[in-house]
Design a protein. Structure first.
Lengths: 461, 99
């Protein structure tokens, strides 16, 4: 049976590039996808686009495409086939990203290279129509949002990618697209699956879901010394899935790379971020992973089959980014047998000081890093009680305080008070840090899919 | 016996929801997981960390349970004051639970 080889070159916006270039050069791939868009990344990118209409795409776009295009030049010189590239690195401005890519391709004489951008996810300018809609997170109308609204981008499906590939694209650049659609698009294009063949769309969505976090299915986010070993984690390879016409396949990685493709790594990634495995909602299909089968076929080769799907619900989830708040934070360390007591005293000082200066915060949180910062007191205590010897009193503690405020000025007070502990706090406080973050949050609404008009534009080098 | 002796886990996030899988190393232990690792026990183990409902989904074909913990991430990844705002480390805590 004919198979298509799809690789994954990025699992998030800042991911490593070397494993991706290795896949392009040695992977004998048909396609490689780069998933680079977290939920609020597109919102930050919209802000940048407003400042400069030629920007608003992925920050590392030039960094990545310099290396990707250089690899394509080499493959041409060696008359080897090059994978077609599908990425959401267009973020808030896929059109400008495609133009930039074209310029970079021309600099390298990649004559005839076809770059296609996919548009239609951006609803920022039409948001007035949707202000009465209910926000998924809070159940309140969207118009209740306090802060300035920055962006609205719908998770569109694979249709634009399919059209781009039908038109001969070597490189497809999108904005907000559902992550698994980056892989589903090539499969629909290659195998001519109908958009109401929900079983195959469900399987292709599983393929995309396994690929979208790149290294995470090859032993990344997995190793637990003594329990789960991963060879050469430092040299983690990125995944390849060989997909057949039925949408089933084999997941593997390149020889000579580190990491591990095992039943366990694939099981974990299958359920990653999936709430109900019977109904995984995407714009293309409601995928069903509840009956999947995962089997080791050979070393670092795992067979995946048995996903299913049902008709999509007719809505595209749309992320509305808005200015939410500021978070001010400070940290300082104490050492010695009495580290915890000194950190507790420092906390007492801070609590009084926040009162004296009139810190206005929606919430203030204190943590003792190394003691309770991940799980709070109850679970941390329970784990210490049930663990063997060796889990004794910590000899160093890092006190951390974070507060959510309405203004940046107020947020700065938090870290300043922590730094003041150097000269005014308990003995031996060291390594104080202070930071303020400007927080953009996301409210999600469901916009009918028929409200979206997907467009593609072809540029040729 | 701690859960980590027979199962592994991965944690993901969706807004203010934490999603934690519990997967048997040996499929023969799946029945034990299904019996012992109930939504109620998981909710009570996490206690004050989880402010919403805990739902359990069963996926016997891969010997796995999947837990959905609502209102578990301090208001969501963007505005959470937690050091681990994604709750990535929560699965490791679940594996410390006694079976």
């Amino acid at each position: 049976m004919r198979t298509i080889r799809i690789g994954s070159g990025a699992g998030y916006g800042g991911d490593r590039i070397e494993p991706a270039i290795d896949l392009i050069r040695r992977g004998d791939l048909d396609y490689i996808i780069f998933e680079c868009l977290a939920e609020r990344t597109v919102s930050i990118a919209q802000t940048r686009r407003r400042q400069n209409p030629e920007l608003g795409y992925n920050d590392l776009f030039d960094y990545r495409f310099t290396r990707i295009l250089d690899a394509l030049v080499d493959l041409r010189a060696e008359t080897k086939r090059a994978p077609r590239i599908v990425t959401n690195m267009g973020a808030a401005n896929p059109t400008a990203a495609a133009k930039r890519c074209l310029a970079m391709a021309r600099e390298r004489d990649l004559t005839g290279l076809k770059i296609v951008c996919v548009t239609g996810d951006d609803k920022t300018d039409e948001l007035d129509h949707y202000l009465g809609m209910t926000t998924i997170e809070t159940g309140a109308p969207l118009s209740d949002i306090d802060g300035e609204v920055l962006s609205a981008n719908g998770y569109i499906g694979c249709a634009g990618i399919v059209e781009a590939l039908d038109r001969g694209a070597d490189i497809v650049i999108t904005g907000r697209v559902a992550d698994p659609s980056l892989a589903l698009g090539p499969l629909v294009h290659e195998f001519g699956w109908s958009m109401d063949d929900y079983t195959r769309l469900g399987r292709g969505t599983w393929v995309g879901h396994l690929l979208e976090c790149a290294g995470q299915v090859c032993g990344g986010y997995f190793a637990d010394p003594g329990h789960k070993e991963v060879p050469d984690l430092w040299n983690l390879g990125f995944p390849i899935i060989e997909v057949d016409e039925e949408g089933n396949g084999v997941i593997t990685k390149l020889p000579g790379t580190g990491g591990l493709v095992s039943v366990a790594t694939v099981q974990e990634q299958t359920l990653y971020e999936i709430q109900n495995p019977h109904t995984y909602f995407t714009p293309d299909v409601v995928a069903d992973f509840s009956q999947v089968r995962i089997e080791q076929e050979a070393e670092n080769r795992v067979k995946i089959h048995g996903a299913d799907g049902a008709a999509p619900n007719g809505f595209f989830k749309t992320s509305v980014g808005y200015h939410d708040c500021f978070i001010g934070e400070g940290q300082i360390s104490y050492g010695g047998e009495n580290a915890l007591a000194k950190a507790e005293l420092a906390r007492d000082v801070l609590e009084h000081r926040f009162e004296i200066i009139g810190l206005e915060a929606e919430e203030v949180r204190f943590d003792y890093i190394g003691f309770n910062s991940l799980y709070g007191d109850a679970i941390s205590h329970a784990i210490r009680e049930t663990s063997g010897p060796g889990v004794g009193a910590p000899i160093e503690i890092r006190l951390r305080v974070a507060a959510r405020t309405k203004t940046a000025e107020m947020a700065h007070e938090v870290g300043r008070e922590v730094e003041a502990l150097y000269t005014n706090g308990p003995a031996g406080g060291g390594g104080a840090t202070a930071s303020v973050r400007d927080i953009i949050s996301i409210a999600s609404i469901l916009i009918p899919s028929s409200d979206f008009t997907i467009g593609v534009e072809l540029l040729e080098a | 016996m701690k859960l980590k002796e027979i199962a592994h886990s991965r944690t993901g996030d969706k807004g203010n929801v934490s999603v934690i899988s519990v997967i048997a190393y040996d499929p023969a232990d799946y029945a034990l997981l299904e019996e012992k690792i109930t939504a109620e026990r998981v909710a009570s183990w996490f206690g004050e960390l989880v402010h919403g409902e805990v739902t359990r989904y069963e996926i016997p074909s891969i010997a796995a349970l999947n837990f959905e913990l609502k209102a578990a991430l301090g208001g969501g990844v963007t505005r959470s004051l937690a050091l681990d705002m994604h709750g990535k480390s929560l699965g490791s805590a679940l594996l410390e639970m006694e079976v």
